[in-house]
Design a binder for this molecule. Sequence first.
Ligand SMILES: C[S@@+](CC[C@H](N)C(=O)[O-])C[C@H]1O[C@@H](n2cnc3c(N)ncnc32)[C@H](O)[C@@H]1O
Length: 243
Amino acid sequence: MLIRYIPRATTPGQRLRRLFRAILYLPTRLRLCLDPAYPWINAGAVRYLRARLTPHMRGFEFGAGRSTIYFSRLMGSLVSVEHNEKWRRRVAALLQHFQIGNVVLAYAPPGEDTPHRDMRPPIWAKMGMTPRKPEFAGYFDQILAYPDAHFDLVLVDGRARVECALNAMDKIAPGGFLVLDNSEWEKYAPVFAACRGWPRRDFENGVWRTTIFCKPPNGPAPLSVPEDARAAQPGPTARRAAP
Ligand SMILES: C[S@@+](CC[C@H](N)C(=O)[O-])C[C@H]1O[C@@H](n2cnc3c(N)ncnc32)[C@H](O)[C@@H]1O
């Protein structure tokens, strides 16, 4: 069970929930303090990926940070897109500090237009989706510049996550991974609908959940989606274990 974040705790029950949440978050806090290159995703997901990523693999991530350092060390190359200039500069400095040379750190601020709008995959139309955050089109369309099946890992951990995930699906090689952090949020339900048929693993720690979808190794990605994409819930009832 996850204890959801409450912005302002006013009742004793809410205060107790915030306290439990803070306690459950302690191992994460400790891990992040001890290792500046430990990704800010669920530790179970980190272990799962660490056991499977290899130096010949290519990665892409939406939302730069600790994960940029961590995954670039496990993979052959990593493209990372960041929307915040101040944060991008900090990550660039970290990459220099750790002498990491296999990362392309792209900057895509909100409001930038996209040259790739017409390259969005058919899953958009199939699901009847239009961008919810069009101001981030320059960000979530960055991945469209790459060939299909180009990446072994796509981490969706930044802005406009539904848009990023939909654009990423065709870009992932069969057997590759789509990682969605904070996947317990209802607003990310369309990602679960789009990836129906992709075996998946959910990793939760009582505070938040990271979901890893694995693209089926044989045949194209299934594009069949339910009539109402929003009907697919990202909650525990929709859970299915990856092999
Ligand atoms: C949830 S963070 C995840 C970043 C990365 N995937 C990681 O594992 O560290 C997503 C976004 O939050 C922003 N961000 C992350 N850490 C930040 C910090 N300490 N200060 C300001 N912005 C931050 C960045 O814009 C980043 O793209």
